[in-house]
Structures are given as structure tokens and as C-alpha cells.
Design a protein around this ligand. Sequence first.
Ligand code: SAM
Length: 216
Amino acid sequence: MSTAPTSTVDEVRKMYEDTADSYARMMDTEIGLPVYADVLGRLQDRIAHTPGAVVDTACGPGHMLFLYRERYDEKRPLLGVDLSPRMVAIAGEKLGSNARVFVGDMRELPSVKSGSSSAVLNFFALHHLDREGVNVALREWHRILAPGGQLVIATWEGSGVIDYGAASDIVALRYRSDELATWAREAGFSVTRCVVEPVEDFPMDAVYLEGCKAPA
Ligand SMILES: C[S@@+](CC[C@H](N)C(=O)[O-])C[C@H]1O[C@@H](n2cnc3c(N)ncnc32)[C@H](O)[C@@H]1O
């Protein structure tokens, strides 16, 4: 598979180490946007009878897991993974001891047992992976999901490199909704929803993809 390069893991980690606190403050407001509650509400309906953790594979400061717990299910185990130790520290403080949060790479989750998770979330992080990395990640998320487990992804839609302007020299990529859906199917998922929507105050649209692993 031909693959355009993205910035290295070390470069991406450094960017988020430097910006984690301001990013967390921004998410304190952004998490109130209806799209988050819509996505998590649909997810909750679909995993009501599926045991296992909700895993956020690029959890940042932990806002999605926090909202899920506050609004939908206080008892379900939560697992957050992120490349940035500072993001993980903020998420750990926010979520407290009921959640397990650790530093790791979304493409490789060896401490998460196969078939152990009810849901995988990944919001606005896939743009840091090249095509091969996206495909590796999708296969890994399929592995950790229980039969009937659910996948929810949001990422920047389109093609080519994301222009951060003067803010950063990070190289990140947009992906088209149709190619993401194809890769999700190739990784074993049924795609149940794939929509492209504008994001307030951003020059790019987002793709929201939902899928599921076949029931037992
Ligand atoms: C734009 S933030 C999104 C955070 C969170 N999902 C949210 O929506 O608030 C992107 C996050 O992806 C994380 N990240 C980037 N590459 C990663 C990788 N290979 N594995 C795990 N996390 C990664 C970054 O550290 C950062 O916290």
C-alpha cells in the first residue's frame, strides 16, 4: 500500500506534550457540542447488552470517557490510551481511579485482551497515522472488541496534508470517508454509519464513522 509520510511518533508526542493543558481547556467547552452526546448516546444504545470496557484509543485529556460515564453508564469499565504522558495525566485526574489510563500507541495495545472491549472510540487522532498505520490500528481495534462490539471514529475528511499554518510544522493527513469505510470493512467491521459534517470554526469537514464487529 503506497503511503504518504506523517510526522514521527516523537514529533507528535512533543506537540501534544506542549499543548496538552490548553487543549484540555478547549475541550472543556467543545465537549458540550451536540455531536459528542449524539455519538455517545447512539453508542450506549448499541452496547447496552455487550459487556466490556469502552476504550478510547487516543483519549487526550479524557473528555469523551468522562462524558460517557457521567451521562450514560457509571459502572462500565473505562480505558484510555494516549501517546502523550501529559494528556494521560490530565485524563487520569479527570476520570479518577474508576478508569485505567495509560501511555501507549493506538496501533498496538498488547495489554488489552482480545475480545475484551464493548467499544472503541477514536476522535481526531487518525490524521497522525499514515495509511498503513490506519489499517494496522483498525485491525488492532477489531482484535480487542468483543463480538458485537462497536467502533466510533471521527477524523478530518478529504485528502492530502493538513495545513497547520504557522502554528506547527507537524505533517498530518486527511482521509476520505469512502477510503476509511473501505479500510474498516477490510479490517472486519460492518460499517453502520459514515457521514461527513462541517465542524464549527474549522476549515475542514469531519467524517464520523460507526461500525461493528460481527456478533457471535
Ligand atoms: C487532537 S487530540 C484528540 C484527543 C481526544 N480524542 C479528543 O477528541 O479530545 C489527538 C490526540 O491523539 C493522540 N495521539 C496521536 N498519535 C497517537 C498514537 N499513535 N497513539 C495514541 N495516541 C495518539 C495525541 O497525543 C492527542 O492526545
